[in-house]
Design a protein around this ligand. Structure first.
Ligand SMILES: [Zn+2]
Length: 422
């Protein structure tokens, strides 16, 4: 973990702003904080120290929130190396996933004191810093005001461009590049199953045996939940490996994947919603939005679902699952899945909660109730190290394949026909 010193006191002591500038700054800051300034306005519209995002350009420094990930709604220079950065959601009220991302280009080596000022949210995500274009990330854990709507931290930067993001970067282009890579693999079919509310392609991937029972996977419903997206990618890549377990699984089952359910929200840097202000994970059932309706229409009546996983990120790693009791002949799956994970991971295993969000139109409930299949919302903690996100998702894929091939652990006679690799 990366810790930097704070020079806040020193920087503030160097400030000699005029009363006028102070007044303008306060009013502008208040307007931004109250969400009065239109989010995503074209910039820069410089009024001296105060600039609207997504691009704020100062003499030797340039903040750029147009990198297609999170948002930067405005900036205020409070001192030579001291800045307040304003971060707004797409609308309100909203889930407090205070989501930001921008690049910072500097002509010189310098130390900056930055404050993230949120409207309609509090600080949530530790700043992830990359100075190699997003290849590697470190986090800043020493934050002043970490539990408030103004979070401050110090940052040493080298000349060049540094990425500062609430989570590692997975913008829409990154996610599409991943889809392109998977679609190019042998046996994988890519389908444009629909068009988002803003006209973006909704891409699905399928592989495994045609006309066999299908494992349904979805991801990308909530834009900031990048660790969930990374877990989904790792899970799918494991299913596609060329070992005995994965080959046997693909011979017995179909996999149907909607990797980016909410491309508009991801492209717009939204905290939660699609382009029409709807949480798409409250629209499975009503199907008022193209993003959910298209996926349902793509699979309904065409494939035969037998299990479902939906990948997300949240405060703590947890599996929200369909209940052990009820309709369906694989109700044992979520419990066995959790037990197998716990056997390997011990106290690092996710918790399991049955019946969470009962009665709400989340995907987990709709797939369970519609197809009488076991369903899991796979939630990855915001703070799990990336290596662990990857390795635990691989393990989860292996457990899923084994359980679906072998049947319930205590009833080996129910196993599918054929040789099951151990
Ligand atoms: Zn989510």
């Amino acid at each position: 973990m990366f810790v930097v010193r704070s020079e806040r006191g020193t920087s503030m002591a160097m400030l000699t702003p005029s009363v006028l500038l102070r007044t303008i700054g306060s009013l502008f800051g208040l307007a931004l904080a109250a969400g009065c300034v239109t989010a995503g306005s074209p910039g820069p519209e410089s009024i001296g120290a105060f600039q609207l995002g997504p691009v704020c350009a100062y003499e030797s420094l340039r903040f750029d929130g147009s990198i297609g990930t999170g948002r930067l709604n405005g900036c205020r220079r409070d001192g030579p190396e001291t800045f307040t950065l304003y971060i707004h959601p797409e609308d309100a009220p909203i889930n407090p996933s205070s989501w930001y991302a921008f690049s910072l280009t500097s002509d010189t080596q310098t130390h900056l004191d930055l404050t993230l000022a949120y409207a309609h949210g509090r600080h949530r995500y530790a700043p992830h810093i990359s100075s190699d274009g997003g290849q590697t990330w470190r986090t800043i854990d020493r934050i002043e005001g970490a539990d408030t709507d103004r979070a401050s931290f110090g940052l040493d930067i080298a000349p060049g461009t540094t990425l500062i993001s609430a989570q590692p970067r997975r913008n829409l282009a990154d996610r599409q590049a991943w889809i392109d890579g998977i679609a190019a693999m042998p046996g994988v079919t890519r389908t444009r199953y629909g068009t988002s509310e803003q006209g973006r392609s909704l891409d699905g991937l399928e592989f495994g045996a045609e006309d066999k029972p299908a494992l349904i996977l979805i991801g990308g419903q909530h834009p900031p939940e990048v660790r969930g997206a990374i877990a989904m990618e790792s899970f799918v890549e494991r299913l596609l490996e060329d070992d005995r377990l994965a080959r046997a699984f693909r011979e017995q089952f179909r996999v149907v994947l909607g990797p980016v359910i909410n491309p508009d929200g991801i492209a717009e840097g939204h905290w939660r919603h699609n382009s029409r202000g709807v949480d798409v994970n409250r629209d499975w059932g009503p199907f008022t939005q193209a993003e959910t309706r298209s996926f349902k229409d793509w699979i309904d009546g065409r494939v035969f679902p037998i299990a479902f996983l939906d990948f997300h990120g949240t405060w703590n790693s947890v599996l929200y699952t369909s209940p052990d009791e009820g309709e369906g002949d694989r109700n044992w799956f979520p419990g066995a899945f959790h037990a197998s994970l716990t056997e390997v991971l011990g106290e690092d295993a996710p918790a399991r909660v049955q019946g969470h969000n009962a009665g709400s139109s989340v995907a987990k409930n709709w797939f369970h109730e519609t197809y009488a299949i076991p369903t899991i919302t796979y939630e990855v903690s915001d703070a799990v190290p990336l290596e662990a996100v990857l390795s635990r998702a691989r393990l989860s894929a292996e457990i899923t394949m084994r359980l679906l091939l072998e049947g319930p652990p205590d009833q080996p006679d129910d196993a599918q026909d054929g040789e099951i690799p151990k």
